[in-house]
Design a protein around this ligand. Structure first.
Ligand code: DC
Length: 221
């Protein structure tokens, strides 16, 4: 059961909407903990891939998720002693994760891990179903959107900035496909909670978005 006395801010939205960056900054500004729920789905997927589990085997994938005990330390993520911070962001893991995340047993197993992240003095949680399923009692729920094109452009700049190659059209198509899969799935689809505040960040910079969320948080007190 959720403990309403622990302040929780949920930040949901589609892939590459900048939720992670915003959630981290809001958490740092308030001195709150930060939960990157997508990382949990990615870690479960990596653990399954390492164990040679088929992505079609829902039962074994669920068993992997139930046994998961990742360690978060100094901004790094460890799985059975191994630093997997970068490995969980690979293209292979990203693609596999969107398949693993549709399995109800996996979602159920990760639900408990996510609930445990709600600790004093407070939590900022980012994901797809933080406001709808995991923290329905959150004091502030934000649903961040931006057009697929704007999100693709942001990702494009990031990749080019890192010296990698990127194709804007392919990135846009990929995000549209991921949005479709995330919103159409039966379990915990991507959608705003009824009481979420919608924030379209297409024409906003990071600082402006952080400021807006902090203003809403102050208003919610
Ligand atoms: O936010 P992200 O890109 O790291 O998420 C990785 C995958 O996990 C993506 O396919 C959506 C899924 N996910 C989810 O189903 N529910 C969440 N609360 C967070 C992520």
């Amino acid at each position: 059961m959720s403990d309403k006395s622990i302040p929780v801010i949920t930040l949901d939205g589609p892939a590459a909407s900048g939720k992670g960056t915003i959630a981290e900054r809001v958490a740092a500004s308030l001195g709150f903990h930060y939960l990157d729920s997508g990382a949990l789905y990615r870690i479960a997927t990596l653990a399954a891939l390492k164990a040679g589990v088929s992505l079609d085997d829902a039962e074994s994938l669920t068993a992997v998720a139930e046994k998961l005990s990742p360690v978060f330390k100094d901004g790094r993520i460890f799985l059975e002693g191994e630093d997997v911070t970068l490995a969980i962001r690979s293209e292979e893991v990203s693609a596999a994760t969107s398949r693993v995340a549709v399995i109800p047993g996996v979602r159920c197993a990760l639900f408990e891990l996510q609930k445990k992240a709600a600790q004093l003095p407070g939590l900022v949680a980012d994901g797809r179903d933080m406001g709808t399923v995991v923290f329905p009692d959150a004091r502030l729920k934000v649903f961040m959107t931006a057009t697929a094109r704007v999100r693709a452009e942001r990702r494009y700049k990031q990749l080019i900035g890192r010296g990698e190659t990127a194709d804007l059209e392919a990135l846009t198509a990929d995000l549209e496909e991921r949005d479709r899969r995330d919103s159409k799935r039966e379990t915990a689809p991507l959608k705003p909670a009824d009481d979420a505040r919608i924030l379209d960040t297409s024409d906003m910079g990071i600082e402006e978005v952080v400021k807006k969320v902090l203003t809403w948080w102050n208003d919610a007190q």
